[in-house]
Design a protein around this ligand. Sequence first.
Ligand code: BMA
Length: 828
Amino acid sequence: MQVISLTQAKWQFREATEKAWLPAQVPGCVHQDLLRNGKIQDPFWSVNETQLQWIEECDWEYRTTFSVTDKILEQDEVELVADGLDTVAVVKLNGRVVGQTENMFVAHRWSMRPFLKSGQNKLEIRFCSARKYIDTHRLAHRPREFNDPVGRCQVIRKQQCQFGWDWGPRFVTAGIWRDIRLEVWSENRLVDLRIEQHHATDGSVSLEIEPETLFPIGEGAAFSFEISYDGMILEKVLGSRASVRIENAHLWWPHGHGDPCLYDVAVEMIEADSGNRTQKLHRRIGLRTIVLDRHADRWGESFQFVVNGRPLFAKGANWIPAHSFVADLSREDYQRDLSSAVRANMNMVRVWGGGIYESEDFYDLCDELGLLVWQDFMFACSLYPGDEPFLSSVQVEAEQQVRRLRHRACLALWCGNNEIEQLNSDLLQDVNRRADYNALFHRLLPDVVTRLDGVTNYWPSSQYRGDGDNTHQAGEQRGDTHFWDVWHARKPVKDYEKYSFRFVAEFGMQSYVTPQTQRTFCDPADNNIFGPTMENHQKNRAGNQIILDYVSRLYRFPKNQDALIYLSQLNQACCMQTGVEHYRRLMPRCMGALYWQLNDCWPVASWSSIEFTGRWKAVHHIARRFFSPCLVSAYVPGEEAPIIGNYRRTTVRHVEIYTVYDAPKPATGLLRWDVFHLDGRIVLCGSKKVRLRYGESIRQTKLDLAKPMATYGRDNMYVRIALDVEGNCESEETVFLSPPRFVALGKGKTTVKVLSNDKDKAVLRFSSDVFQHRFSFEIPGVRYCESDNYFDLYPGEKKDVIIEFVKPITTARILKGIKYMSLVDSYQ
Ligand code: BMA
């Protein structure tokens, strides 16, 4: 097989009615090409998005030329392979139509033989406006809209969040968004590999490797198979298929459970006549079993992932497309956010159904980092059409995607859609709509998964409980839950603790981005969160009100906008911490907490924990702690709520202290608690030796604080809890007995020292003479994601933090440039 890449060719593009052609980049999209040619301004800057909506109404043409030799034309077949065209396209070679497309998620392969000539060949692709397609197709389909401000994006198979989402701009783009090439071959084509694993109790794993070819192959040795691990060849076999037994298999484990070991499987086709070996396929696989285990138990039915026989608590977040223009994303871009996920102790991401089936880079990284992938099919929120052409297009899409991803070590689950059943339960009472829904999510997709994957489980929707029951009570018994009472319904944050869900696949709280990220899209003159620029970068209609509402429940009125931004991030962190720690304390009844959302596709106020620029929000730093395998966690029953006349009343009296542990190795820990007066006195203290075993959440002690609260006042106290293992503090936290806005925090003196500074790394030491909550520091020009931040400083104690630099920086400049604040500084 000879592969001739067309991405290196010279491409041009133009708006279809224009004369002049401009240089284009492939893979890419029209928005990025227009930007590169200086035809439009930065789409993310200010309110430029609103000025660029004309792009979706135009048709766009791309063209290139390539030359073909006589030798190539002597081969049996020359195919044009396009891994992704976005979306409604007509492809022409030398003026003749070779193919048409209308599904962004489908790869195409067209025979070029009838159209090719020796020498120069002209390839043209015309992308018709997706908007025009929507305006002329499936007009009877009028679903309830949740996110598309214009409407009916569901009638086209195209990345749904491009049409606008409650965190995403509307950039309905067009272009060649994946690889494009010629494949030249003779005789037969090696199409795919099917690899089955059989795990034996003796630690060995047998692999059945079956190549799939376009035409049936004859007798004899048609393939050579090579299995290697860590660069060492373990097994070399010839034959039409291979059975290989791997003794003492190195299993693939998710992050936090072991190493994500990967084996290489390489297959070469040996052509019958020539003996040539020009067709190869390579797969990297992990030896592991992953099951979505749903068995009857005392609460109803479990919903847990069991990896290599070990049930594990899924810790993670939801993944959305990492850029509005996904074609340009590199492995480095993916690595930035996925390794941040792992550094925050996550072991699972959910590829959410309103985006894209992700790139090979994405799944490569998940395999390598040990991140399990909950994979939605790309359907979200609204009802989809059920006509035959639509279903056949989806059938091809699903078959291709299942084939593409089925061998992935990280692949934990196929899920039919995001929230469609839940958000449309009333509309689905209609028999026709129900029939369309069932045809797609209860027949077509699960059939494809069973037939072509055969191993990975399928779950029809998220959330789903095995029937149409969307009540919280059902979620406490079975299935997965999206819990949005906090945020969308503005319920108290303590409501997270009201329900004992089995698996929570979405829950979230928005925050604003840091001023550093804000500067990438907002002129300092427009720097007002209620002004036009910031409003355009807040896509949830009620977003600003809801952030302010929750911030006002917890914190004092901020002294300026930067302080409000900081508080919005503390509030988000506090909400996610409340939710996640509750779900982890519920283990094993609850076996998963995936918050909404990990990343952003542009700089925006959103539920993300990583800003578009890669900066960690407060919540991401705190996620590293609340997802830690060894966790000390406080549950404070009761709450403070105002009565008539706005008088403060509290029912808080106790603090219950839990240990939650999901590291594989058992350990002995020392649990410590100290109740402090804010003046520095210790009011009460204690400690307890605790046993830490995999999968256990244990209420270790219950402190009765009624007396000290009566003596000192609950606003003047805080409880410090900590868990040491072998002398190291593995987890610690501060617990307040009233909302932080009432806590009488003092303003103190912070000391910063640079303990060491060797070029790309420095160790800083912070100390303070008073207690400081969520102390956050910032050094301009320094990448400090690796270090801790947003921590508590306890009076007289030292906190050492490691900083990593992009470029070396002198100690004097560190000390001159450093800025810091803690909660008290947000209002004083
Ligand atoms: C969820 C998601 C998204 C949405 C988010 C925030 O339910 O599935 O559709 O962006 O809520 O509203």
